[in-house]
Design a protein around this ligand. Structure first.
Ligand SMILES: *[C@@H]1O[C@H](CO)[C@@H](O)[C@H](O)[C@H]1NC(C)=O
Ligand SMILES: *[C@@H]1O[C@H](CO)[C@@H](O)[C@H](O)[C@H]1NC(C)=O
Ligand SMILES: *[C@@H]1O[C@H](CO)[C@@H](O)[C@H](O)[C@H]1NC(C)=O
Length: 242
């Protein structure tokens, strides 16, 4: 425990504790301050369902189990609009390693400033970040990707939109496909799209060669970024005609 809290001071801890424990701890606290200054959280924000599911996350700090956070957000041109974000500590939701703050109902086309302040034994350190919702859109990856050969020697690639993108009817998605293979030890890849359909038929690929297929999803008008790639699906096209 002490090793974890005081990091590099481990050897000294053992020596000093055997002399006068309380003095030793005070000394080491001082050393801890210079060796491990309280660092500002590394905050990452994104919107996984435009316009109403924005999250900011940052990693659980390894050496400061008692660090707590003050997380607020405001409109850049209206400081009076400051609100507290809804904080979820690591382990309270799906995430074991990250703090999460939820920002519900952000306004469209509005600059926001997010202030995440780490507080630990009287010291504090803030991370300020600024964004407009439209710039940080990033859907979750498409799900249920299927690749199957058709009887005319083509390939059918199908998938479903990310279920977390809840306003699909108002804000449709477009998709890109990547497929990869190895030739003589060299990895090759082809990017295709964008497609608005969730079903795409591809021309004949080389029979007998294994391919990996993945799909990403992006807001139709091009807001933000494409999602991460879906889990790869491997397929080898049969050598014989079906
Ligand atoms: C976002 O809005 C849609 C409809 O406008 C609603 O169905 C959905 O539950 C909302 N999601 C969140 C996270 O608020
Ligand atoms: C960020 O929040 C902390 C804690 O509430 C506050 O002390 C600090 O002044 C804020 N920083 C800015 C630039 O608003
Ligand atoms: C989408 O794919 C389906 C199945 O292949 C096809 O019937 C439909 O015409 C396609 N739609 C568009 C807009 O390409």
């Amino acid at each position: 425990m002490r090793a974890a809290v005081f990091g590099g001071g481990y050897v000294t801890v053992i020596l000093l504790i055997s002399i006068v424990e309380s003095q030793a701890l005070d000394l080491l606290r001082g050393a801890g301050t210079s060796q491990n200054p309280l660092s500002a959280p590394k905050v990452h924000c994104w919107c996984s369902s435009y316009p109403n599911a924005t999250l900011c996350t940052w990693p659980k700090p390894p050496h400061f189990p008692t660090t707590h956070y003050i997380a607020t957000y405001s409109e850049r041109h209206n400081q009076a609009s400051t609100k507290e974000c809804h904080l979820l500590p690591p382990g309270s939701s799906s995430s074991e390693k990250f703090w999460i703050c939820q920002l519900p109902n952000l306004k469209l086309l509005t600059d926001y400033i997010i202030n995440i302040t780490a507080v630990h034994s009287g010291r504090s350190s803030s991370h300020l970040t600024s964004f407009m919702l439209e710039d940080i859109v990033k859907p979750d990856p498409p799900v249920d990707v299927r690749v199957s050969p058709t009887n005319n020697r083509k390939l059918l690639v199908e998938w479903s939109p990310p279920p977390t993108w809840t306003n699909l009817a108002i804000f449709p998605l477009k998709y890109q496909i990547i497929y990869q293979w190895e030739n003589k030890g060299i990895r090759r890849s082809v990017n295709l799209g964008p497609y608005e359909n969730t079903t795409v038929e591809l021309k004949a690929l080389t029979p007998g060669r294994p391919y990996l297929f993945q799909v990403c999803a992006r807001e139709l008008l091009g807001l933000g970024k494409c999602s991460d790639w879906s889990m790869p699906v491997k397929i080898t096209i049969p050598r014989k005609r079906l």
